[in-house]
Write a protein that binds this ligand. Structure first.
Ligand code: SF4
Length: 360
């Protein structure tokens, strides 16, 4: 994948990387799944470990995380959960930057991942050397990076944000008269720019999954399901975002399923999230938004092949072998923690203000 952009997008040649094919789905019987879960339960207990899974991972894995006192969440909440849980080992089922963020915030804990090859197109498309040079060329911009980045890129930034908190942080920076250099997701960056009107320079990265959602096909689907609410993650193209009833992070989309009265939902994000959506609203029906389909650049069409690398089998294996440990040097972790902590402090302050204004 080699792309050049112009305009408000940075004119940068992104590195080439390969998106893997979706791994074949497992062929376990329900009895085998239960035996495997039992084995993992025992290993977690023996090793004072806790399982932390992302909403996009396999449903069995998400269920086991919750059944064993772990958590299923977005990337920020996954990292925060690790800091508050007393376990000495965190098994992070997700993609590499999530394991790294957990390690950055919990440097004294052991962090294991089911598959170290599980990465993210946003992370791959924003290598530190290229990014650092770009920041150096724009010293008058405040550097804001999305959580889907390497520890090195986080360490080079002023702020780390998630999709859930990007808008208030960028508004806050704009009030201080700051201009923003945003990386790596151009679609989320453009959405934040449109919502805030702030001057932003966008890195030209994208998520290979969300980028495949298509507005025209979505409009046709909406006509077939006139009672459905359309939920869109802002990593999707602008034309798709424009059709949404709700635009937001994975957590916000799950909240919308809970809050909205609609019996049906068309969802433009990775369908692993349906596991949680069905849990919070079992009586409702969910459809994955249409993607480019035949000829699409994605291998999976709305499935993230990297997230799909996580499985119960691999969780059991890493707990037994102690392999796939995430290591981040204490020096790098200390640097990368600064912009993450800034975001966490901002979130805490924001929550406090909201509570005060509710009381008032
Ligand atoms: S869904 Fe997109 S943003 Fe999320 S891990 Fe996969 S490639 Fe990265």
């Amino acid at each position: 994948m080699t792309t050049t952009f112009s305009g408000q997008l940075a004119s940068i040649r992104l590195p080439t990387f390969t998106v893997p094919s979706l791994p074949p789905s497992h062929t376990r019987s329900p009895q085998e799944t239960n035996r495997l879960k039992e084995r993992i339960r025992r290993l977690l207990q023996e090793q004072n470990a806790v399982l932390v899974a992302h909403y996009y991972t396999d449903g069995d894995l998400q269920d086991l995380a919750e059944e064993t006192g772990g958590c299923v969440a977005d990337s920020l909440e996954m990292a925060r959960f690790g800091t508050e849980h007393p376990a000495s080992t965190l098994v992070v089922a997700g993609v590499r930057f999530m394991g790294e963020t957990s390690k950055i915030l919990n440097n004294e804990k052991r962090v294991l991942m089911p598959d170290l090859a599980a990465t993210c197109s946003l992370d791959e498309g924003c290598p530190i050397d290229l990014f650092s040079r770009f920041c150096d060329e724009h010293p008058d911009y405040t550097v804001v990076v999305y959580a889907n980045t390497s520890a090195e890129v986080k360490a080079r930034s002023d702020w780390v944000v998630t999709s859930g908190i990007a808008l208030p942080i960028v508004r806050h920076l704009a009030e201080r008269g700051e201009k923003i250099l945003w990386a790596p997701d151009q679609h989320l960056g453009r959405y934040v720019q449109r919502m805030t009107g702030v001057e932003m320079l966008l890195w030209p990265g994208s998520c290979v999954v969300h980028e495949e959602f298509r507005a025209e096909a979505l409009e046709q689907m909406m006509q077939r399901h006139p009672g459905a609410a359309v939920l869109v993650h802002p990593e999707s193209p602008q034309t798709v975002v424009d059709l949404a009833d709700v635009v937001g992070s994975t957590t916000a989309l799950i909240q919308a399923v809970r809050d909205l009265p609609n019996p049906e939902f068309i969802v433009a994000t990775e369908p692993g999230i349906f596991n949680k959506m069905k849990q919070v609203a079992p009586e409702k029906t969910f459809f994955v938004a249409p993607t480019a389909g035949e000829g699409a650049t994605c291998e999976s069409c709305a499935r993230c092949a990297w997230m799909a690398m996580n499985s119960l089998e691999k969780v059991a294996e890493v707990l037994e072998s102690g392999t796939n440990e995430i290591l981040v040097s204490p020096q790098l972790a200390a640097k990368a923690r600064v912009p993450i902590q800034r975001m966490l402090d901002f979130a805490k302050e924001m929550k406090k203000k909201e509570q005060t204004s509710k009381k008032g």
